[in-house]
Design a protein. Structure first.
Length: 84
């Protein structure tokens, strides 16, 4: 069973804000739907990316921390960089 909860809130808007919101609501259905959509857009814009969705980010997240992992020295630098 999926539990879904909604919270009721109240906003105080000036006339210009209300007119803008009402125009958007006429296109999208309701003022509440517009407000929820704007909140979802803002949350998406500030969301932390999922490393699994980005190959480079996943690689960087899985990489060992600096100073850990395989020993490397200046003597093996060419081998490490160029595979020589």
């Amino acid at each position: 069973m999926l539990y879904y909860s909604m919270h009721r809130t109240q906003l105080h808007l000036d006339d210009a804000q209300y007119r803008w919101l009402k125009r958007r609501a006429d296109e999208q259905g309701s003022i509440a739907a517009v407000v929820r959509g704007l909140i979802d857009e803002a949350r998406q814009a500030t969301a932390v990316p999922d490393p699994a969705a980005d190959e480079l980010l996943a690689y960087l997240c899985d990489a060992p921390a600096p100073g850990s992992g395989r020993e490397s020295t200046v003597a093996t630098l060419d081998d490490d960089l160029y595979g020589a």
